[in-house]
Ligand binder design. Structure first.
Ligand code: ZN
Length: 139
């Protein structure tokens, strides 16, 4: 395990733009507000979603697309630097009209409506390639 103490800095709430990309909206807030590290939660609804599942044997992401309206029952993630850009690592539990859930690493989704809370940290967080997992993890 690798850990550090961080200090909570600023807080933001945002309404995500209808028709915009869910994750891009979070990254746009981080860019505009100069947030270099943060934790966030969000909820709302999307018109479609592309969710990734990491295959731990093949060490690659499998992509699953859902072209249907979904509730964002819960969304959690964080912001850190990846390859010189602010990256919003985003996970979500999505639900269908039936109430069944889908979940995973949210790559993209078209916002129907979304509410976001962001808590930023004074310290900067950065990702770098990790050999054992082949993922980009915090330094
Ligand atoms: Zn993930």
């Amino acid at each position: 395990m690798n850990y550090r103490e961080v200090s909570g800095d600023r807080e933001f709430v945002a309404r995500l733009g209808h028709g915009e990309d869910w994750r891009s909206e979070i990254e746009a807030l981080a860019d505009e507000a100069g947030v270099d590290a943060a934790w966030f939660v969000a909820m709302g609804a999307v018109q479609d979603a592309t969710v990734w599942f990491y295959d731990q044997s093949e060490m690659e992401y499998r992509e699953v697309e859902f072209d249907e309206p979904l509730e964002v029952a819960a969304c959690v993630g964080n912001v850190s630097w990846l390859d010189g850009e602010r990256f919003a690592h985003t996970h979500a539990v999505l639900s269908r009209a039936s109430g069944q859930t889908l979940a995973g690493h949210l790559d993209s989704a078209t916002v129907f409506a979304g509410e976001l809370y962001v808590r930023s940290f004074e310290e900067e967080l950065e990702r770098e390639h990790d050999e054992p997992t082949d993922l980009d993890l915090w330094l």
